[in-house]
Design a protein around this ligand. Sequence first.
Ligand code: ADP
Ligand code: MG
Length: 384
Amino acid sequence: MKFDVNVLQYLSKDDFRVLTAVELGMKTHEIVPADRVDQLARLKRGGCYKVLKNLLRHKLVHHDSTKYDGFRLTNLGYDFLAIKALVNRGVFVSVGRQLGVGKESVIFEVGTEDGTILAIKLHRLGKTSFRAVKSKRDYVENRTHFNWLYLSRLAAKKEYAFMKKLGEEGFPVPNAVDWNRHCVVMSLVPGYPLVQVKEIQNHDVVFETIISQIIHMAEVGLIHCDFNEFNIMIDDNEKVTMIDFPQIVSTSHRNAEMYFDRDVECIIKFFRKRFNIHYDERPSFSSIEKSSDYDKVLAASGFTRKDQEEIEKITQTNELNSESGNDSEATDESESSDDESEATGEALNERSLPDAYIEASINEMELLHVVDQVGGLVQYILLH
Ligand code: ADP
Ligand code: MG
């Protein structure tokens, strides 16, 4: 089903405030009790329930009354909060057609004020990951963080930090523009994913460029971990750009060599199958001189080692459930409510937030310069 964001133009400041209150409530509740939403939103004139009904109508929140009367954000609700924040910041003014869909993300074109087209990646960590994690509960120690909003945000934060770092190091990656919540804004990459390309003129050059990127990344202390024909873009001049960085690990990771070899093997296998070209030699991980830049990147980006450990827990559990390790099995993107509530894991413990925290968050909402009209978001189409 397609969704036209035109309706979002009619959202008021109160709508936005209540939507943000639901988001805030989800820090402690999987389903936020209705009176909790009311308490957090602190609408001057009251009427929170009426606003929630409007949000429901636009599918920005989901109503759940199985245990108690409560609400949670939908993907669309979370998307909207991020998009709104980025629009308010002036990063872009419009959202256009869908560029791609990955295992755990959806990518759209966005347009800036001066007409430049960029790409926005909306992370959807949770659907496949949570299903996997759910069956391996023991791996998850801190369940209060076990939440799709939190994880999708972590993935975006990480992707932005590494894309920026790799760009600064001269790697052929999209230019990292900005991020908010679960969204990363980056430059638009010309061309197509390698998987769609049936013919290339200079196989050897392309192949060697790709392999040398894997080696060079290891030299700066990083392994892509999902380096394959889905995450390499190639343009008409056969220039290669790599994308998709949330699963990067350090070369000091305990399974680093395995990840490195797997990335290399994916490329070799693809060139053999698609272009019938055989490469016998393999770069040897142990003979590469690696720097420990990874830790410096972490320190500089605000993306902490703890963040990384959280992500690794999920990735690792995913691997235990599916051996694929690449994008080849895109999952169905349908958002049935049952499906998603299952995917969000068990209900979080109810506990109340300290008042000072609530005050600070409400102030933060005010700082977002909420305007009554969204404006500009004309052609925002989402798959549901
Ligand atoms: P996932 O992590 O879900 O695999 P990707 O980052 O690989 O997501 O993006 C999915 C698809 O979206 C890519 O295969 C590609 O077709 C498209 N895409 C991603 N980023 C860009 C970009 N910056 N410019 C153009 N297309 C992109
Ligand atoms: Mg991908």
